[in-house]
Design a binder for this molecule. Structure first.
Ligand code: 9MR
Length: 276
């Protein structure tokens, strides 16, 4: 069956309402911030896993899947990495992938190996970033390093504004098709689905075209702005996943509205008091 997950924060695990909802309503977890580069390697070569391990153990002790998020991203890099470029950055980034994926080897259901590497708008091109400037092959190098470190984890590419057939999702589609044709190890694509008051009519067709490339698809960071047809949009996303056999699960990006990064949008499934 498909999993249903929530992004969680280590700092909230002492909140009884929060953990009650988590353990009764969900069977997958994603660390909202605790496995990012700035959190796990705050200084070069010194790795800190305390908070990431808290999320992992919360998930595993509850029999849940754990999605790892995210090995490489242009944002939330530690300052030392932001200051690197070229070969030094490439080597540091691949070492980061290897070290973190090795620490969590055998425990992670799916890793967001690379997050948000494509540009918004109509270009369908890669986003400019320090990582992109190390060479266009940085993404496939990251996936190869992740596969070598943890052969059991599904390896995902994850992005936003890809919730329909558009230039950005097509750019990613072309990358995945190329990776599959050349044997670059990629198993899944994550569709963040930070949605506003509407949903693209091609939402399901977009998931399906990726699935048809031979990868799993997952909804990875779902939240929906209040004020439109919020419940209908949640339902549309859910039905789309259920209709695509390779859609393996849905994760919402937080539990209560008060846990959300989208302050004031009330975008989650539980209100501030923990009511559905
Ligand atoms: O929800 C996360 C928030 O707590 C952090 O401050 C922020 C830092 O950039 O990242 C948020 O999570 C993001 C996720 O890692 C990647 N996709 C977009 C999410 C919302 O910004």
């Amino acid at each position: 069956g498909r999993y249903f997950g929530a992004a969680i924060a280590a700092g909230r695990l002492g909140d009884a309402t929060y953990t009650r909802i988590l353990t009764t309503e969900f069977n997958a977890v994603t660390p909202e911030n605790e496995m990012k580069w700035d959190a796990t390697e705050p200084s070069q070569g010194r790795f800190t896993y305390t908070n990431g391990d808290r999320i992992l153990n919360q998930g595993l002790s509850n029999g849940s899947k754990v999605r790892g998020h995210a090995l490489l991203w242009h944002a939330q890099q530690p300052g030392w990495a932001q200051a690197l470029s070229g070969t030094a950055l490439r080597n540091a980034a691949l070492n980061h992938v290897t070290q973190v994926a090795t620490h969590y080897k055998g425990k992670i259901y799916a890793w967001d190996v690379v997050n948000e590497a494509f540009a918004d708008g109509g270009s369908g091109a890669r986003r400019d970033s320090n990582l992109q400037r190390t060479g266009n092959d940085w993404i496939e190098a990251a996936f190869r390093a992740a596969r070598a470190a943890d052969p059991g984890a599904k390896l995902c590419y994850n992005d936003y504004n890809t919730d329909g057939i558009n230039a950005k999702s097509t750019g990613i589609y072309n990358m995945v098709r190329d990776f599959k044709s050349r044997g670059v190890p990629i198993d899944c694509v994550g569709f963040q689905s930070h949605l506003g008051t509407g949903i693209d009519s091609s939402y399901q067709a977009n998931l399906q075209r990726f699935a048809d490339l031979g990868v799993d698809v997952q909804i990875t960071e779902l939240d929906v702005e209040q004020g439109g047809n919020q419940a209908t949009i949640y339902s549309t996303v859910t039905k789309a996943c259920l209709a695509v056999s390779r859609c393996t699960g849905i994760t919402v990006w937080g539990i209560r509205d008060s846990d959300s990064w989208r302050t004031g949008a009330n975008p989650l499934l539980f209100d501030n008091s923990g009511n559905k």
